[in-house]
Design a binder for this molecule. Sequence first.
Ligand SMILES: Cc1cc2nc3c(=O)[nH]c(=O)nc-3n(C[C@H](O)[C@H](O)[C@H](O)COP(=O)(O)OP(=O)(O)OC[C@H]3O[C@@H](n4cnc5c(N)ncnc54)[C@H](O)[C@@H]3O)c2cc1C
Length: 150
Amino acid sequence: MITLTEAIEEIIRECEICNIGMVDAENMPYTLPFNFGFEWDTVYLHSAPTGRKIEILRANPNVCISFSTAHRLYHQSESVACSYGMKYKSVLIKGRVEFVEDYDEKVRILNIIMKQYTGRDEYSYNAPAVNNVAVMKVIASSVEAKAFGY
Ligand SMILES: Cc1cc2nc3c(=O)[nH]c(=O)nc-3n(C[C@H](O)[C@H](O)[C@H](O)COP(=O)(O)OP(=O)(O)OC[C@H]3O[C@@H](n4cnc5c(N)ncnc54)[C@H](O)[C@@H]3O)c2cc1C
């Protein structure tokens, strides 16, 4: 199990979204923005149960997830293009998507995703909605972090 440092967790928690990179059956990249939840070494996702990404992920669960935050444009000289840059903090997590089927585990994960955005611990859910939503987890097999300009 990978243990993330507090600094890496802080970067992830500050992010509004993540971008999930996957590889389709034609070996072409497909990248989508996602809301997410996060706990220990695991990223949680949810989605409609059908669509292109679901087909791709069921065929090839390997993903690279990128998070970035604290984006700040800076410059040394206002009129010199090459003196501009972007400060950032970012994290890359690689792993495999697992689809979660257990009802109670789905609810637990949906609460983690909701908490990332609202700070609130528990919500009520109706059973058809929980049954119909696809819930996924990605246990990190590798984690890299980078801060630029900080
Ligand atoms: C800020 C943000 C947060 C999001 N959070 C989630 C989330 O938590 N869960 C979730 O399931 N989805 C989320 N989405 C939407 C997600 O990025 C996809 O658009 C959506 O899941 C549909 O993907 P799909 O592969 O099923 O596309 P399909 O419905 O199968 O779409 C068919 C085609 O539409 C195109 N397409 C799909 N999505 C996009 C897109 N975002 N932009 C441009 N073209 C596109 C693709 O070329 C695809 O081949 C979020 C989007 C944004 C912008």
